[in-house]
Ligand binder design. Structure first.
Ligand SMILES: [Zn+2]
Length: 408
């Protein structure tokens, strides 16, 4: 039976794949696996990481004094001794992996497994797979995210930029999107659909689609833990290959101040901006060379190429991660998660080996961890990393921990 099916491929038609999906099915997508990591000796693991970190195993800067030289290699200790200051350093000294307790090969395996997830891999699953403590694997993957946040989500982009924002978190954020909190007296009454006037196109006079229920203002009271993930993506130069670079920021609301802060931080003034018709993007036409908008209730793309579908693509990867991997991400580390997804989106056409090397290079290039050293001993980052902007109206009801008023 199986032979018959193999002889007649038309019985088993495979959907034709294009773009990134075709790349994932191709031979080039997988060029490295766990077996390759298993084969490595301790020394080869050091060489592998040195190649990823410095691009060389012979010459590198000393982690203590910065002298760039061919330092003395001590094969017994698998460390180098500086030719200038005489101090010793290993391949992980001065990086986010400094003071590690796991073996290099085990760290490489966990990182490889984490990098291979399309929209991430839960820390709990890594814990089960590799039989390490949850706190160990949680801090390890957060150190990788820190590397991506400080080493990948930086730098000014130039070219065609697509900007968009998406809701993350907040009480029942999906169904309550753009709606005020329940119980608010300012909420409009719901009009039954059959009583609404059908929508008419002002230009042609035609009836366009079914009537839409009234939409509530963004300025209405929103859940206090709601966050906006703002994204800006640079369109790639080659046609049909999607975006090439991504920058993200977390804001309390999608308003003029926050989107301008994101755009002026990460886009050069010569950029061509594309966004939806949200009024918060109104200043873009003055700040940048060009600003085009797309009305999503009418179409997803205009014939002249105006669309922000690459930004929407990022939003969907982030949405899948929030709902399928992180499950209940804390607002405090939301920017870290966003940076992780930005990296996953931008490295989508890299092979497994390239991805691992890219991740190691970026994560090891930012120096020691600022936020995760001593995490298990109580040293936690205090602040949420938000972009500048006003705070939205606070939620209704008594404040957390407020004492009830005495009865009169
Ligand atoms: Zn030195």
């Amino acid at each position: 039976m199986t032979a018959a099916v193999a002889d007649r491929p038309e019985l088993f038609p495979l959907r034709k794949r294009t773009g990134t999906a075709a790349f994932h099915m191709s031979k080039e997508a997988v060029d490295f696996g766990y077996e390759d990591l298993d084969k490595l000796t301790q020394k080869e693991a050091v060489t592998f990481m040195a190649e990823a970190r410095w691009g060389s195993t012979k010459e590198m800067p000393c982690t203590h004094c910065g002298t760039f030289d061919a330092h003395y290699w001590n094969i017994k200790e698998l460390r180098w001794k500086c030719t200038c200051c005489g101090k010793r350093f290993s391949v992980t000294s001065g990086t986010v992996f400094a003071d590690r307790k796991l073996s290099l090969i085990k760290i490489l395996k966990i990182i490889f497994s984490w990098a291979n997830g399309a929209s991430g891999k839960p820390a709990l699953q890594l814990r089960r797979d590799w039989n390490v403590a949850y706190s160990t694997v949680f801090t390890l993957v957060h150190k990788l995210r820190e590397g991506l946040l400080r080493g990948f989500n930086v730098g000014v982009l130039c070219g065609v930029q697509e900007v968009d924002g998406m809701d993350v978190n907040g009480r029942r954020y999906r169904e309550k999107r753009n709606k005020p909190q329940s119980g608010s007296s300012s909420a409009k009454p719901r009009v039954p659909e059959h009583l609404l006037k059908p929508k008419v196109d002002p230009e042609t006079g035609e009836i366009v689609g079914p009537p839409k229920p009234p939409k509530f203002g963004k300025t209405a009271k929103q859940p206090a833990d709601r966050r906006l993930l703002l994204v800006m993506r640079q369109r790639g130069k080659s046609q049909g290959r999607g975006a090439s670079a991504t920058r993200i920021a977390i804001a309390l609301s999608e308003c003029g101040k926050t989107v301008t802060a994101l755009a002026t931080r990460y886009a050069s003034a010569e950029s061509k901006m594309m966004s939806d018709e949200d009024p918060s993007y109104a200043t873009f036409s003055k700040l940048f060379a060009e600003h085009k908008t797309i009305n999503h209730s009418k179409q997803y793309a205009l014939p002249d190429g105006t669309n922000n579908n690459q930004a929407e693509s990022f939003n969907w990867r982030m949405r899948r991660a929030v709902e399928g991997i992180y499950l209940n991400p804390s607002n405090k580390y939301l920017k870290d998660y966003g940076a992780e997804q930005a990296w996953r989106e931008d490295t989508r056409r890299m092979s497994t080996g390239q991805k691992l090397k890219n991740l190691l290079r970026v994560a090891m290039g930012v120096g020691m961890s600022l936020w995760w050293r001593g995490f298990t001993h109580g040293a936690h980052r205090d602040e949420e990393l938000l972009i500048e902007g006003p705070r939205p109206a606070s939620g209704r009801g008594p404040k957390k921990g407020a004492k009830p008023k005495p009865p009169r």
